[in-house]
Design a protein around this ligand. Structure first.
Ligand SMILES: NC(=O)c1ccc[n+]([C@@H]2O[C@H](COP(=O)([O-])OP(=O)(O)OC[C@H]3O[C@@H](n4cnc5c(N)ncnc54)[C@H](OP(=O)(O)O)[C@@H]3O)[C@@H](O)[C@H]2O)c1
Length: 313
């Protein structure tokens, strides 16, 4: 190698090193500032958190974590008995007031009831748009009603509840909204076409809001978990055989990571190192390769799995 080429190589190496160093320092400073102004750290007055889909799984884990942090809770879902049992547990263990609000978010009237309750709350500090369900099968196998119900629960409800919550939070200059998306928000999934599309919507919606809310004191996050041990697969009759154990995370760990990321000002939260690497990869690999993997997976399922099986996360 000539002396000039060697020199050029050294300059490139040095420039990359300096750029990486500056990047790391800026990120460190941003995270430090984010922690100092975290909505989770504020202890001023009563703080109310409303969680949809709180009767089980990830929603119930948020309810426990936020009760532990001293939030007054409003728990939303359809199964009243489950919500009541959780409310009693949280009141007993954490001594916080807990309200139960029964609503079907696939029904516009149910969404309106929750919206109306949000507008009444003067101190809403935390909203978790988490309610959801999965449906196995290809797009055309499923009735249009099931696609529409999914869009209402994941998109309409999240948009309407966020729109209702923001004026209160902006007036307080304080608040947090978590939209529970999914790991599949990073790539379209065969057998869960509408599901992955709604999750991609939530991710994009949250990133757009994050930019609009800069400097307002209100923080947003799209939580993108992979396979999480909840009632999701059982309720949706989704085949979970063949998913290796190491891919599953407990709901409590998913929620703990979401809250840590919120503290650190991370807009996209992907719990689990392996999932974080895969999410990074999903943005880098060519789309045609991504489609080929999806098509191969669909053929594999059609050949080896039961006809109704599908996998969502
Ligand atoms: N588990 C996973 O592998 C996984 C992975 C990535 C993302 N997620 C997302 O995590 C969120 C929570 O799911 P989960 O895993 O915790 O499942 P889960 O245990 O089945 O909980 C789903 C919750 O949503 C509520 N819900 C469902 N349909 C509803 C409706 N029409 N109206 C109101 N509430 C409704 C359910 O309550 P009721 O039945 O009482 O109404 C329940 O509380 C979902 O958005 C899901 O897409 C899950």
């Amino acid at each position: 190698m000539s002396r000039l080429a060697k020199r050029q190589k050294n300059i490139i190496g040095l420039s990359l090193g300096i750029a990486a160093g500056i990047g790391a320092a800026v990120t460190w400073r941003q995270r430090r500032r984010a922690r100092l102004t975290s909505p989770l750290q504020s202890a001023d007055g009563e703080r109310v958190a409303l969680i949809t889909g709180a009767s089980s799984g990830i929603g119930a884990a948020y309810a426990r974590a936020l009760a532990r942090a001293g939030y007054v809770l409003i728990l939303v879902a359809r199964r009243e008995a489950r919500l009541q049992a959780l409310a009693e547990e949280l009141t007993q263990v954490y001594h916080v007031p807990v309200e139960v609000l029964v609503a079907d978010l696939a029904d516009p009237a149910g969404i309106s009831n929750v919206e109306a309750r949000i507008v009444q709350i003067g101190a809403l500090a935390f909203l978790v748009n988490n309610a959801g369900f999965g449906v196995p099968g290809s797009f055309v196998q499923n009735e249009i009603a099931s696609h529409e119900a999914m869009i209402r629960v994941y998109v309409n409800a999240a948009v309407r509840l966020t729109r209702a919550a923001l004026p209160v939070m902006l007036a307080q200059r304080h608040g947090a909204i978590v939209n529970v998306a999914s790991f599949v928000a990073f790539f379209p999934v065969t057998g869960s076409v509408t599901y992955s599309a709604t999750k991609a919507y939530l991710r994009s919606f949250t990133e757009g809001l994050h930019q609009e809310l800069d400097g307002t004191g209100v923080r947003v996050q799209a939580l993108c978990p992979g396979f999480t041990r909840t009632e999701f697969q059982k309720t949706g009759k989704i085949d979970e055989q063949g998913i290796p154990n190491f891919l599953w995370m407990p709901a409590e760990s998913v929620v703990a990571q979401s809250l840590r990321d919120l503290d650190n000002g991370r807009v996209i939260s992907v719990p689990g190192l392996g999932y974080r690497l895969l999410a990074l990869l999903a943005g880098l690999i060519p789309r045609d390769l991504l489609y080929s993997v999806g098509q191969w997976t669909r053929r594999y399922r059609a050949t080896f799995a039961s006809p109704s099986s599908a996998r969502s996360s």
